[in-house]
Design a protein around this ligand. Structure first.
Ligand code: DC
Length: 671
């Protein structure tokens, strides 16, 4: 997961490969609640692991449900309809799929079993309406207190006393603001339909009907067969009782699939984009996004549990569509509209205004930044593609879908409006954690930038100048890959030592370097499966590396390996010749120096702090000798590239150096 302040996407030109989708948010949270209410233990497979499911899990735990993880399976032991904890304060983040159903379920349990529960969330959650559900629960006779603004969370359900519920008359609920109110009642009322049937009547035109279908199907899996008359009246039969199905699988998220369907439609020009975890047989309404994508030109094939998408019509065909049936995935259509041959109009999207953010306002503002012409109203948005694309920093409003949608703008070189493309900055990319924590990793696995289009920052300099620390920190702030090229020479030296190869035997060293089995994981480095993280950093290894690195054959053998680190979204590479030889076209070259004295002092401190003996005189002499060898060798000698920015950090703190480099980087960006 990317937790950087922003993530810059270079212009993308192709997409292909396979993505395995995380579990559906809507199914995950419904299944968790049902398993938590039912009697018995349910083994939940392929559950989504995200912000929204983690607040639901915390809530179930607080209520006394049993949760046990076994590999990828979560075993949930339910309450069997009996409250264990009678009081709890539940924090539900910004998860509507947790807030609404838990409010209803706890309201009826509290009223019948003398409980009292408080439910709250983040500030935005407290701006998302819940009044229609509260009205329905009050009709039923459940005490519900507004703890803030009436009709919005936070709420308190139950007052610690028992209340008789009026289940003889139909419960009326409005269906035109959010279908989650009806879902919440459908999930809660089986708890009180143990004797006689309970009816629900929907007032107004129900929106997002497919989500109700998911609710009904999952109720069926847990033993409740709801009878219904269209989407206007639902009856939970008397004698209802939740029963665990024993085991249940969560489908991949169809809304998340939409980004990859779009990827295929826009950039699946050579090989297709294959999506696994959700297929044409999905129970999720957002699978109908496939029809809309086809209408725009996508070529989609699919079967049970898989989809495969290629580009068909290009440019995409502009679309006019009532999106009431695919409210979440419709945002992806708004992005595809940027690549269409005319103006697209999406209607029936009033619900966008009460989601994670006001998505109509948010989408309109961000699409305009990219250069699109946008007209929007209470329940529609109209988008004309940019005539000239502009590099833009996309605001994400703590809304996962804004971030995932924003990434689709990075294919702008394909729009045929000229130019080699603009980068796209996604602000606060972490917000994808709500439903798809590894979205950007999955995206980067599938996309390709133009040759030379992946940005590189090089940090070269003499030994002990602090370039390793600086490069690692800059890479981490930008979410870029890191190449510590010195580690490759060090590993070659260690491998030579292991194999008993002389440090003067160029041919043998070059062969060895060409076959290095190196693996970098987090802060660890493995050579042929052996963890060499510690020996790699030894002074003696650095000395050997310096000798190994004078051989042109070794440098040549490591060249291709170094180039392979240049991957989307970008690279920070540190060493001696990153800017001069390996990445001569780097976007920013930094040459870091510090006085011999400052470097000797730092190295001394570093060694002492790790409990290694060190002598400052020896270190000074050693650094001078290494400088001399690195500078005077015939190939790739240590020297600043002509276009390098020189940074003498003798009297700078690490943080100052980082700020300086990030400042230079920012100046080269169009945002
Ligand atoms: O940066 P370092 O101390 O890990 O590097 C170890 C040795 O490897 C250094 O003395 C010179 C050599 N080296 C090189 O020649 N070219 C690079 N790009 C990186 C390191």
């Amino acid at each position: 997961m990317y937790s950087t302040a922003f993530l810059d996407l270079p212009p993308f030109v192709r997409a292909s490969g396979t993505v395995r989708l995380p579990g559906s948010k809507s199914i995950s949270n419904r299944v968790l609640l049902l398993a938590g209410l039912a009697a018995g233990t349910t083994a939940v497979h392929d559950l989504l692991d995200s912000d929204d499911t983690s607040v639901m899990l915390d809530a179930l735990q607080a209520l006394g449900c049993g949760l046990r993880r076994e590999g990828a399976v979560l075993h949930v032991t339910g309450l069997g309809g009996r409250l264990d904890a009678r009081e709890a304060q539940l924090f539900l983040g910004n998860a509507g799929t947790a807030m609404r159903p838990l409010t209803a379920a706890l309201a009826v349990l509290a009223a019948t079993q003398a409980g009292r529960f408080e439910l709250s969330g983040v500030a935005r959650m407290h701006e998302r309406p819940i009044g229609d559900l509260v009205d329905a629960l009050r009709q039923l006779g459940c005490p519900v207190a507004d703890l803030g603004r009436a009709g919005y969370p936070p709420l308190r359900v139950g007052d610690g006393a028992v209340h008789a519920l009026r289940t003889d008359a139909p419960i009326r609920v409005r269906g035109d603001v959010s279908s989650q109110f009806l879902t919440a009642l459908l999930l809660a009322l089986p708890l009180v339909a143990t004797q006689a049937e309970v009816a629900i009547e929907v007032e107004g035109e129900l929106i997002s009907k497919p989500y109700i279908d998911i609710t009904l199907r999952l109720l069926g899996r847990f033993g409740i067969e709801v009878q219904r008359d269209g989407y206007a009246r639902f009856v939970i039969p008397g004698g209802a009782q939740y029963r665990s199905p024993g085991s249940i699988h969560v489908e991949g998220d169809a809304s998340s699939a939409s980004y990859f369907v779009a990827l295929g439609a826009i950039a699946g020009t050579e090989a297709p984009v294959r999506i696994e975890g959700v297929g044409l047989d999905s129970i999720q309404g957002d699978i109908r996004f496939v029809d809309a994508a086809r209408a725009m030109g996508a070529e989609v094939e699919g079967g049970p549990g898989w989809l495969q998408v290629r580009r068909g019509a290009w440019p995409l065909r502009a679309l006019t569509l009532d999106c009431n049936h695919i409210p979440d995935a419709a945002m992806t259509l708004a992005m595809m509209a940027l690549y269409a041959d005319g103006t697209s109009r999406l209607t029936g999207i009033a619900s966008w205004r009460v989601k994670e953010t006001d998505r109509i306002d948010a989408m309109a503002a961000e699409l305009r930044k990219l250069g699109a012409k946008v007209v929007d109203g209470a329940d529609f948005i109209e988008i004309s593609p940019p005539r000239r694309w502009q590099a833009a920093a996309i605001e994400t409003y703590d809304d996962h879908r804004m971030a995932m949608c924003g990434s689709l703008a990075a294919f702008n070189p394909l729009a045929g409006t000229g130019g080699s493309g603009c980068p796209v900055r996604i602000l606060d990319p972490r917000c994808v954690a709500k439903t798809f924590p590894d979205y950007f990793e999955a995206l980067f696995d599938l996309v390709a930038a133009t040759p030379g289009g992946v940005p590189v920052i090089t940090v070269d300099g003499p030994t002990a100048s602090g370039k390793g620390t600086l490069a690692a920190e800059v890479a981490s702030r930008l979410g870029y890959h890191l190449l510590d090229s010195g580690a490759l020479y060090r590993a070659t030296a260690l491998a030579a030592q292991d194999a008993g190869i002389s440090l003067e035997d160029e041919a043998a060293l070059a062969t060895l370097a060409g076959r290095l089995e190196l693996r970098f994981t987090g802060h660890h480095v493995f050579l042929n499966g052996r963890d060499i993280t510690d020996p790699l950093r030894l002074e003696s290894t650095g000395g050997m590396a310096s000798r190994v690195s004078v051989h042109p054959g070794v440098r040549q053998a490591l060249h291709g390996l170094q180039l392979s680190f240049r991957r989307v979204p970008g690279l920070v590479a540190d060493g001696r010749d990153m800017g001069t030889v390996v990445f001569p076209d780097a976007d920013l070259k930094v040459f870091l120096t510090a006085s011999v004295e400052a470097r000797a002092q730092r190295r001394h401190k570093q060694l002492i702090s790790k409990g290694n003996p060190a002598n400052i005189e020896d270190l000074r002499a050693d650094i001078q000798m290494r400088d001399e060898r690195d500078r005077s060798r015939a190939v790739a000698p240590l020297k600043p590239a002509e276009d390098a920015m020189l940074l003498d950090n003798s009297s700078l703190s690490v943080e100052d150096s980082i700020d300086q480099v990030l400042g230079w980087w920012q100046q080269r960006k169009p945002f």
